[in-house]
Write a protein that binds this ligand. Structure first.
Ligand code: 2PG
Ligand code: MG
Length: 422
C-alpha cells in the first residue's frame, strides 16, 4: 500500500480561526485530519505557522503551511507506506530540520501526522486505536471542563479550567452520562445564583459565570454534583488547569484577587485540595518553574495528580528534566505541541516508564476531528481531557469514545479511580 497523494486546505477551527486540514489519498480514498490550535500556548511548543498577512483573517491565515503540505511534504511522503507512521513522521522532521518545526510549521506537520495515522489504520483495515495500540485498548476516564476562565472566557476568573472527573463511575459511558447531568444541574444553579448571563459559555463549552475565585467555582460545581444526586469525592472529583503562566508577572501571581509569591501560591493550592475533592492540578506554576512544581509534587503528589502542560509541552527533553527533579507526576499530551504522533508517543512512553500519568488532551481551538479519542484508547493513557459534555467539537471526541466502548464490548478496560492517587 502506498500514499498516492498528500494535499491540504485552509478550514476553520471551533473559534472561527483558519487552520490546516491535511488529506492523504490511499487506494483512492481521501483521509483527512485537522490541526487544533491553543490560546494559552506554551513558549516551548512547536511553532504554529501563520501568514501574518493582515488582509486575510487578520494575519491568521495558514496558506504558507498549506503550501508546505502541498509542496515539500507531499513530495517527501508520496509512495511511502501509510502504515509506517514513524517513517512518515521522521521524514517530515528531517525535512523541517528545526528544533521547533518553524520551517514547515507545526500546524502543517501535525495535520499530516494525524491524517497519516488515520490512513494507516484504513490501509490495515483496523480502527485507529488498534492501529496505534494493538490490543492494549483502555477506555479513558474523562476530565470535563465545565467552568471556563482565563484566556478561554471573558470573566474575572483567572484559573483557566474547572473540571469534573466522574472517576467513581463503572465505565466511560456512565462517566459521560453523569457529566451531562452535572453540567445541566450546574446550569440551573448558575442561573438561579447569578442570573441568566451566567450560563454563557467559553471556548471549551463550559460556562463562564461571573465568579471571582476558583474556590467559588469549585464550591458551585460541588453543589451541582450533589444536586444531580452524586457524591462529591466518591462519584465525582474535581480538577483544575491553572494555566498559571497567564497570570504570572514579574515573579508574582495575580489570582483570586490575591498577589502571591510561588510559595504562597503553593499553600493556596494545598488549601484548595483540603477544602474540595480536588485530585488534579495542571500547570500550577509558571511554565519554566520546575522547582516549585517539584516542591508541590513532593507535598501533595501522594494524593493529587500534578499535570505538566506548558511545563512539558509534550517534549521528551523537557519531560525528562521534570522526571529527574520530580516536577509533576503526569503529562498532558497534545500532539500539536510537539508536531508529530511519533514524538508524542515517545513522551507518552517515557511517562509510563517513569510512572507518570498521561492525559491525552484537546486544544481550546478544536474541530470535528476525533483522532485524539483513538490515541487515548490505543495508547492506554487512561485519561482524556476534551472539554465540556457540550459543543460539537468537544462531543465529537466523547461520542467517538462511546462508539469505541461499544465496539470493544466486554474487552473494554476502564481504570476508574485506580488511575488516581486517592
Ligand atoms: C490547556 C489547553 C486545553 P489551550 O491549557 O490545557 O484545555 O488550552 O489549547 O488554549 O492551550
Ligand atoms: Mg493546560
Amino acid at each position: 500500500m502506498q500514499i498516492e497523494n498528500v494535499w491540504a486546505r485552509e478550514v476553520l477551527d471551533s473559534r472561527g480561526n483558519p487552520t490546516v486540514e491535511a488529506e492523504i489519498t490511499v487506494k483512492g480514498h481521501k483521509i483527512r485530519a485537522i490541526a487544533p490550535s491553543g490560546a494559552s500556548t506554551g513558549t516551548w511548543e512547536a511553532l504554529e505557522l501563520r501568514d501574518g498577512d493582515k488582509s486575510r483573517y487578520g494575519g491568521k491565515g495558514v496558506l504558507k503551511a498549506v503550501e508546505n503540505v502541498r509542496g515539500p511534504i507531499a513530495r517527501a511522503l508520496k509512495g511511502m507506506d501509510p502504515a509506517d507512521q514513524e517513517a512518515i513522521d521522521r521524514a517530515m522532521i528531517e525535512l523541517d530540520g528545526t528544533e521547533n518545526k518553524s520551517s514547515l510549521g507545526g500546524n502543517a506537520m501535525v495535520a499530516v501526522s494525524l491524517a497519516a495515522v488515520r490512513a494507516g489504520a484504513m490501509a490495515e483495515g483496523v480502527p485507529v486505536y488498534e492501529h496505534v495500540g494493538g490490543d492494549h485498548a483502555t477506555m479513558p476516564v474523562p476530565m470535563l471542563n465545565i467552568i471556563n476562565g482565563g484566556k478561554h472566557a471573558g470573566g474575572n476568573l483567572k484559573v483557566q479550567e474547572c473540571m469534573i472527573i466522574p472517576a467513581g463511575a463503572p465505565s466511560f459511558s456512565e462517566c459521560l452520562r453523569i457529566s451531562s447531568e452535572v453540567y445541566m444541574s450546574l446550569k440551573g444553579i448558575l442561573k438561579d445564583r447569578y442570573g441568566v448571563g451566567a450560563i454563557n459559555i467559553g471556548d471549551e463549552g463550559g460556562f463562564a459565570p461571573p465568579v471571582d475565585t476558583v474556590d467559588e467555582a469549585l464550591t458551585t460545581i460541588t453543589d451541582a454534583v450533589s444536586a444531580a444526586g452524586y457524591v462529591p469525592g466518591k462519584d465525582v472529583f474535581l480538577a483544575i488547569d491553572a494555566a498559571s503562566s497567564e497570570f504570572f508577572e514579574d515573579g508574582v501571581y495575580f489570582v483570586d484577587g490575591l498577589r502571591l509569591s510561588a510559595g504562597e501560591l503553593a499553600d493556596h493550592y494545598v488549601e484548595l485540595t483540603e477544602d474540595h475533592p480536588l485530585i488534579s492540578i495542571e500547570d500550577p506554576f509558571f511554565e519554566d518553574d520546575f522547582e516549585t512544581t517539584a516542591e508541590l509534587t513532593r507535598k501533595v503528589g501522594g494524593r493529587v495528580q500534578i499535570v505538566g502542560d506548558d511545563l512539558f509541552v509534550t517534549n521528551s527533553k523537557r519531560l525528562s528534566k521534570g522526571i529527574a527533579c520530580g516536577a509533576a507526576n503526569a503529562l498532558l499530551l497534545k500532539v500539536n505541541q510537539i508536531g508529530t504522533i511519533t514524538e508524542a508517543g515517545e513522551a507518552a512512553q517515557m511517562s509510563f516508564d517513569s510512572r507518570y500519568n498521561v492525559v491525552v488532551s484537546h486544544r481550546s481551538g478544536e474541530s470535528e476531528d476525533t483522532t485524539i479519542a483513538d490515541l487515548s484508547v490505543g495508547w492506554g493513557s487512561g485519561e482524556i481531557k476534551t472539554g465540556a459534555p457540550a459543543r460539537g467539537e468537544r462531543t465529537a471526541k466523547y461520542n467517538r469514545l462511546l462508539r469505541i466502548e461499544e465496539e470493544l464490548g466486554s474487552k473494554a478496560k476502564f481504570p476508574g479511580v485506580s488511575k488516581f492517587r486517592i
